[in-house]
Design a protein around this ligand. Sequence first.
Ligand code: ADP
Ligand code: MG
Length: 226
Amino acid sequence: MSENIIETSGLTRNYGDICALKPLELKVPEGEWLSVMGHSGSGKSTFMNLVGGLDRPSAGSLKVGGEDLLALTEDGLARFRRKFVGIIFQQHHMVPYLTAVENVMLAQYFHSVPDEAEARSALERVGLGHRLKNRPGELSGGEQQRVCIARAIINSPKLLLGDEPTGNLDHKSTVMIMELLKELRAEERFTVIMVTHNQEVAAWGDRTIYLDDGVLVREERMGEKQ
Ligand code: ADP
Ligand code: MG
């Protein structure tokens, strides 16, 4: 397998007349934490959805984890997502009348088989061992995002995608979430792609790419970090 987990060439996504992502050349080494910045409408989510197999390119090539995503059928793409990708969104997308542990089990159900012990242990890993029976409405914004992280990591993904996961959080909760992701990544060695508006959040990564109107206009490597 190549040491780049993601390789794109001429990767393009059009929506009718709108070119949301213009031919993109990008390589992401396995294990990298890549931050993606840019104004609203610059193509960040479009890029993330392509890489996560949630959407298909209009043109170009896209390899993720050695798989040519353009060659996969819908079923193949669904299998790829289940086995390879964990995603955290800005909105938590939890079922309001299910408890934290049940929400994690629901995600397991769509992937494989619900396993309460496994769901509990994922919630314990994100520091929510004492909140297993609470419903989303009874959790703070930061705690809700922890449930989403538990849900995203339960299948040990090779690629963890975040689309502004701290966009609704205050500074303190944001830092706690980023610290948690850093700890989990140190244990599991997954690659991170983090879309954010926030320079401080981007600075947790190894490298930041900037999109402007669907074009990668700049990239920046972070200095030495502890
Ligand atoms: P960002 O995440 O950086 O805010 P997006 O990737 O969501 O930007 O959108 C990039 C451009 O593509 C925008 O002009 C947006 O309106 C357009 N776009 C995104 N998704 C769709 C869609 N499903 N249908 C039509 N246009 C879309
Ligand atoms: Mg977006």
